[in-house]
Design a protein around this ligand. Structure first.
Ligand code: SF4
Length: 336
């Protein structure tokens, strides 16, 4: 496989509040490749959105990246560590929105209500290019057409509140692609949409990814979206990656008890009529009261007493590019 376009290495992003420290991301590592989609999945509070915000250097106080590397490969074969850049410096601002585009869950809070979608697109286009205002307006209309907005020449002068939720999300995608980024981060891009519109937006993302050879990070809590959209998967729980690998391995040979629980909780058309949908037992611990040892142990059906609550499991390789962090697979136990 080619060199990754983005490598996250042992990333730690913590939030320092009066009540204590929340280790929102606590040692995540993964690689993203050109033309592939990496899914980051887990329940809310698992650290997936903070991972995305860390990559873009938009973590808000009292949070900050404590350690780790975020290596963005450059065309000359070298790389830049985004952690070392000033979050509001010129280089990071050029990367954010320029080389890495972002689609948020709720376009209403990301789009300005006071400017037309066209003016927001023109601003984004001109920020990262030398196009004239007239040429940028033409490009804005092209972008609206590209993301499937009907009558783009008229809609360019619309305000976001005049558009449906699905059209607003298409505008967000057009904005994210305005500067022709190499990487697109989509954070729960369909969660706020109805099922039909969700499917349309996922189709659009897939088409754009294939046409433009984008590297995509797709953040979701929905294993169905992961199955449909991704090539590689990182499963996160309480700030830790617990399993990562190719999507086929995650779905057909899941190793971590948490991954298996997530998969059991997907509704299936093959299930017995009126059968209960499996849920993951217990609830996510309070962020200030992280369980010791394996953070999943209070909810784990395969918990090993005397081991799992005592030490944090190291990540081990199960197969090619398939890693898991669970005491069921650590060498010490396997050889005991
Ligand atoms: Fe379960 Fe132990 Fe594995 Fe954690 S380390 S997932 S508690 S078996």
């Amino acid at each position: 496989m080619a060199e990754p376009i983005l490598s996250v290495r042992d990333l730690h992003t913590h939030f320092f509040a009066d009540e204590g420290v929340v280790r929102a991301v606590d040692g995540t590592s993964f690689d993203l490749y050109q033309g592939r989609t990496l899914g980051i999945v887990g329940e809310s509070g698992c650290g997936k959105s903070v991972t995305a915000r860390s990559i873009l250097r938009i973590v808000e106080r009292p949070g900050r990246i404590v350690s780790g590397q975020i290596l963005l490969r450059r065309d000359n074969g070298g790389s830049v560590d985004l952690v070392q850049l000033a979050s509001d410096g010129a280089e990071m601002r050029a990367i954010r929105g320029g080389e890495i585009g972002l689609v948020f869950q709720e376009p209403m809070s990301s789009l300005s209500a006071f400017h037309t979608v066209g003016n927001q697109l023109i601003e984004a286009i001109r920020l990262h290019s030398s196009l004239s205002k007239r040429a940028a307006r033409t490009r804005a209309i092209e972008l609206l057409a590209m993301v499937g907005i009907p009558r783009p020449a008229q809609r360019v002068d619309a305000y976001s509140f005049e558009l449906s939720g699905g059209l607003r999300q298409r505008v967000m995608i057009a904005l994210a692609l305005a500067a022709e980024p190499r990487i697109l981060i989509a954070d729960e891009p369909t969660t706020a949409l109805d099922v039909t519109t969700q499917a349309q937006i996922l189709d659009l993302l897939r088409r754009l990814q294939q046409e433009r050879g984008l590297a995509v990070i797709l953040i979701t809590h929905d294993m169905g979206v992961i199955a449909e959209m991704t090539d590689d998967v990182v499963v996160m729980y309480l700030g830790h990656e617990v399993e990562k690998g190719p999507v086929d391995a995650i779905f057909h040979a899941p190793q971590h008890p948490y991954t298996r629980s997530l998969l059991r909780s997907i509704p299936s058309v093959l299930a017995e009529p009126r059968s209960r949908l499996a849920t993951i037992s217990g609830s996510i611990p309070h962020p200030y009261a992280r369980p010791p040892g394996c953070p999943f142990h209070p909810r784990c059906a395969e918990y090993i007493a005397g081991v799992c609550e005592k030490s944090f499991p190291a990540e081990v390789s199960i197969a090619d590019r398939h890693d898991v962090a669970c005491h069921l697979y650590t060498t010490e136990l396997a050889t005991a």
